[in-house]
Design a binder for this molecule. Structure first.
Ligand SMILES: Nc1ncnc2c1ncn2[C@@H]1O[C@H](COP(=O)(O)OP(=O)(O)OP(=O)(O)O)[C@@H](O)[C@H]1O
Length: 290
């Protein structure tokens, strides 16, 4: 069975180690969600998985092959990437940008075929953004660009799809659309590795979670790793994990951070102490869905 695996990977920049001894594996039909505070090294780990950064130690393999031995063309064919931010280089029409996702499948001396263009149009359709096809990539919004990049990665037909905060800068509807697409891709057998700043996403579409802090990295199922204690330890915030049973979706789980304050008091610390003393009439609780 195809497996994408990191074995004791240590990575960073020049003489600065960002992450040490990271190991995990995912197979077809699995989605790994990487969570962790700003600056802990999620993007650095991604750069290593994509061959942009050479790990200081350890091995990254797909089907047992060390990706360090692959050409950039093979990497691009087998591992897709949706970056966090993308500065458009040229004013290409959106359909051409998505067709560029096919480049690793086209001979270097050939032009994209009708089939390649059709595949790109199909990916735009799948994400509900066909209306953008003829617009210039430099003249669409940041959220629309994000959707286009996702379409481009689908056009690539990779075995492993690495997505750096795929829902960042998307409106609520498009966030849900992207999470649904991720679930569909996983059901089709693609292995997805994504970062997010929303632990709820782990419950919504991941089969595995990697929680990264400055002191430790923990991998497991969403239920094992995303807990009230681990989120408090990782982000220093008080969170409730809530469950909702529905007949159609089974059990839904979500994370609700507790934002509390005492009326007329701007001191969060005082509010916290009052909360601990259990004086409910003197405090208001506002639960904000992330
Ligand atoms: N090109 C670089 N050269 C040197 N250090 C870097 C470089 N890029 C990032 N870093 C450092 O590596 C560490 C990890 O950064 P990284 O971007 O991987 O974090 P992250 O977890 O993806 O953060 P965020 O959630 O904010 O995107 C940070 O301390 C950052 O300053």
């Amino acid at each position: 069975m195809r497996e994408f695996a990191l074995e004791n990977v240590t990575c960073g920049y020049k003489d600065v180690t960002v992450l040490s001894d990271v190991s995990f594996s995912i197979g077809p039909g699995e989605a790994l969600c990487l969570l962790g505070p700003n600056g802990v090294g999620k993007t650095t780990l991604f750069r290593s998985m994509l061959g942009f950064l050479k790990p200081f130690g350890g091995r990254i393999t797909l089907d047992g092959d060390d990706i360090a031995t692959w050409s950039s063309r093979t990497l691009a064919k087998r591992i897709g990437y949706v970056p966090q931010n993308h500065t458009p280089p040229f004013a290409y029409p959106v359909l051409d940008v998505v067709t560029m996702g096919r480049l690793s499948r086209i001979s270097p001396i050939a032009s994209p075929s009708k089939r390649d263009t059709e595949k790109a149009a199909e990916c735009l359709e799948r994400l509900g953004i066909s209306h953008l096809a003829d617009k210039l990539y430099t003249q669409i919004s940041g959220g629309e660009r994000q959707m286009v990049l996702i379409a481009r990665s689908l056009a690539q037909e990779p075995e492993v799809l690495v997505m750096d905060e795929p829902t960042a800068s998307l409106d609520y509807g498009n966030q849900v659309k992207v999470l649904r697409q991720i679930s569909h891709l996983v059901k089709e057998g693609i292995s997805v590795i994504m970062t997010t700043h929303f632990p709820d996403h782990a419950f919504l579409c991941a089969t595995k979670v990697g929680l990264i802090t400055r002191d430790w990295v923990r991998f497991g199922t969403p239920d094992e790793v995303v807990t009230e204690d681990s989120l408090r330890e990782t982000y220093g915030v008080d969170v409730r994990i809530v469950k909702e049973h529905t007949c159609t979706c089974g059990t839904l789980k979500g994370c609700v951070p507790i934002v509390e304050f005492a009326a007329g008091d701007t001191s969060g610390e005082r509010a916290r102490l009052e909360h601990e003393k259990g004086t409910p009439r003197q405090r208001s609780h506002v639960a904000v869905c992330a």
